[in-house]
Design a protein around this ligand. Structure first.
Ligand code: PMT
Length: 398
């Protein structure tokens, strides 16, 4: 059956971005009912959203309904999910206090479907304890919230308050519409991306890991109800919704964090390209060039801890551990060795020489190998789909 999503737009500058969200949802053949506050109509016209949603936009509490039902009740009854985006501080306050003085707030009170709230506002407004209390009140009532992104806001201030990427809001909507809670109650720690090792105060060595693979795993696990801790080195990506993101710099830092959380985890997945080496003696001051162009500079490297191996040594019963093997030759053989030496339950062999596989790509080509030596070779798929296939295996292992 076609699902119906109510999109409630309130009066923030980010309102115009919701046109893209409505268009994406319609392309998925969802039925979309757009509701706008008076403030929202000042930022984007109902006509734009009517055209994109393919149905009348609901704005006024006093418009006579063509159907016998009172309009706000009629709308609320149709919804499988209600999304408030962007949600202003004012509208969040109204929801937290059950006010119903316009069409959208009345629908919120009459609604019984899950609600997703996506706040977007000035940083100081967002951090205001009154706003935070209102958010907590709604969270305690079971409302789902997405954290705003950080960046330069329309008001010129830099900080938290931007509307999250439309792609992320869309993902969250899809997850809430089709809940697959097979990881509910499980805690999963995933590492992702690269790590960095300082040479001096301004230079470092790193690798090509972007976090795309690990972040996709974190998103998938969170969507399936897991409590997710994502530990990543620097990455251009925003953490997926409902994920605890711990940002680190070096392999040693990543190792410390993961050891700290290990005992609280049911599953650990190592998707990060952890730097195997670090500089033996990090220069305290910026290293200078000299006039002697024939001079050769030698960096002495020492080995970093092997994080998965350390976790594998301390592996408690019932902990499932999954690793990746980024290989350029003898892929399956090397992957199998890593499965055993790191005490893993599953290894994801990743031939990073193949086109569309490995670092920084949106797709990956992997073979899953378990302790019994069984292989599942997956074709080239998006990293989101690879993540889903890996999580399916993890669920089977549990
Ligand atoms: O982030 P993307 O740009 O999307 O790229 C994805 C990826 C290529 C990084 C990912 O698909 C991948 O293959 N990750 C593993 C990279 C790697 O370092 O593989 P490895 O074969 O060197 O290490 C084997 C396993 O041990 C890995 O799970 C790794 O996280 C772990 N390891 C490695 C070294 C180390 N010091 N500590 C570790 O825990």
């Amino acid at each position: 059956m076609v699902k119906t999503v109510g999109i409630g737009i309130t009066g923030g500058i980010a309102s115009y971005k919701i046109a893209d969200l409505v268009s994406k949802l319609k392309k998925d053949d969802l039925d979309v009912i757009v509701m706008m506050t008076e403030g929202a109509s000042k930022f984007i016209t109902p006509l734009t959203l009517k055209t994109l949603s393919g149905r009348e936009v609901v704005t006024d509490l006093w418009t006579e309904s063509l159907e016998w039902k009172v309009q706000h009740i009629g709308v609320a009854e149709q919804l499988d999910l209600l999304v408030i985006a962007p949600a202003t501080a004012n509208f969040i306050a109204k929801m937290a206090h059950g006010l119903a003085d316009d069409l959208l707030s009345t629908v919120v009170v009459a609604n019984t479907a899950p609600v997703l709230v996506v706040p977007s506002m000035n940083t100081n407004m967002y951090n205001n304890p009154i706003v935070q209390d209102n958010i907590n009140t709604l969270v305690n009532y079971g409302y789902h919230f997405m954290d705003p992104d950080s960046g330069v806001l329309a008001c010129g201030v830099s900080g938290k308050g931007r509307l999250p990427e439309i792609a992320d809001i869309y993902q969250q909507i899809i997850a809430l519409l089709s809940p697959n809670n097979d990881l509910f109650g499980k805690r999963i720690m995933i590492n992702a991306g690269t790590t960095c090792e300082d040479i001096d105060p301004v230079r470092f060595i790193s690798n090509r890991g972007t976090g795309k693979m690990g972040f996709a795993l974190a998103r998938e696990a969170a969507q399936r109800g897991a409590d997710v801790i994502l530990v990543s080195g620097p990455s251009p990506l925003s953490a997926p919704p409902n994920v605890k993101h711990v940002s680190v710099w070096s392999a040693q830092e990543m190792c410390e964090i993961m050891l700290k959380y290990q005992s609280a985890c049911d599953v650990i997945i190592g998707a990060a390209a952890v730097g195997d080496f670090r500089i033996a003696n990090v220069a305290e001051q910026k290293m200078k060039k000299t006039e002697d162009k024939s001079r050769k500079l030698t960096l002495e490297l020492v080995e970093n801890p092997d994080i998965l191996k350390e976790l594998g040594k301390r592996k408690q019963d019932n902990l499932i551990m999954v690793g990746f093997a980024a290989e350029t030759e003898n892929v399956l053989e090397n992957a199998r060795k890593k499965l055993v030496s790191k005490n893993l339950d599953l290894i994801v062999a990743n031939d990073v020489t193949m086109e569309g596989a490995g670092f920084a790509t949106d797709t990956n080509i992997v073979t899953l190998i378990n302790r019994a030596g069984e292989l599942v070779a997956l074709p080239k798929m998006s990293k989101d789909m690879v993540a889903a296939a890996i999580i399916d295996r993890v669920v089977e292992l549990m």
